[in-house]
Design a protein around this ligand. Sequence first.
Ligand code: GTP
Ligand code: MG
Length: 329
Amino acid sequence: MKPVLSDGVLAGDRRALARAITLIESTRPDHRGDAEALLADLLPQSGNSIRVGISGVPGVGKSTFIESFGLHLIAQGHRVAVLAVDPSSQRTGGSILGDKTRMEQLARNPAAYIRPSPAGGTLGGVARRTREAMLICEAAGFDVVLVETVGVGQSETAVADMVDLFLLLLLPGGGDELQGIKKGIVELADMIVVNKADGDLAPAARRAAAEYHAALGFLRPASARWKPPVLQCSALHQTGIDEIWARIVAFREIMTDSGELNDKRALQAKTWLWSEISDTLLRRLREHPAVAERLESLENQVMQAQISPASAARQLLSAFLGETVRAED
Ligand SMILES: Nc1nc2c(ncn2[C@@H]2O[C@H](COP(=O)(O)OP(=O)(O)OP(=O)(O)O)[C@@H](O)[C@H]2O)c(=O)[nH]1
Ligand SMILES: [Mg+2]
């Protein structure tokens, strides 16, 4: 049976959209087949958006920024979906929902769709469900997808791996360490925005922007055609927002014309394929009775240096595959 759900999604029906995302987020094994059929239906209609990742430490103003930025885009006729990757979220309904007070207007706007991070699970699982939700939102006609993540390390890499442009929000003043930004995150950014450039904080924001501009000069940009700019804004007072969007549009134009955007998405899809394979293999391996039986004891022996990790791995793989895995394999 062809899932009619996909028709509802394609027609832009919000309830169908919500149900579709609930289906792909389901961890019930018997839902997975329906979810894959739905995605197969929708995949040809996906991809027509600009995908923007937004990250920054707690309190930098991500929610406030998404509210201002989203409303600015909607005023220009865009339709904006907001998703999140936050595997640490224990809060019911994930992080964004509890945030709806900060995104009050956006949450009420018919041209916006806000979906909290899928609750629980590994980063890999949460990232997969967010990627799939992104495709569904695109099929439903959202032409801008914002993927938020809180600046806690690994999740930024996962988000950078699923978006066209990764935007890092920074606080006025202080270097990376002072701001609690993990090593390597600045390198992921296609655009840096110093938020809270208003009132008493304006001079500090200018200084921070100049410092980051200088620091980026030492990094080799990911693309020869795009040097990550350092901008300033006030999410609270809605200043600098239009400039940020103008740069994102410019980025998309340059990257599309050169073919780099296509290449990037193709590579991301390939990476996604391999993470699906390794996630499934690892899960099956752990669940395999002959492996499960020996796992704990071998782990302990490795930890106590009684057996080498390589040899323990071979024993577990042999148990899993039902054939001997030799050192030279
Ligand atoms: N002065 C000023 N304050 C801001 C600005 N943007 C956000 N804030 C304030 O900073 C605080 C944190 O803002 P949020 O938008 O909740 O920050 P967040 O990054 O979403 O925080 P988490 O959800 O905890 O990760 C709030 O008190 C905001 O009002 C800004 O542009 N200027
Ligand atoms: Mg927030």
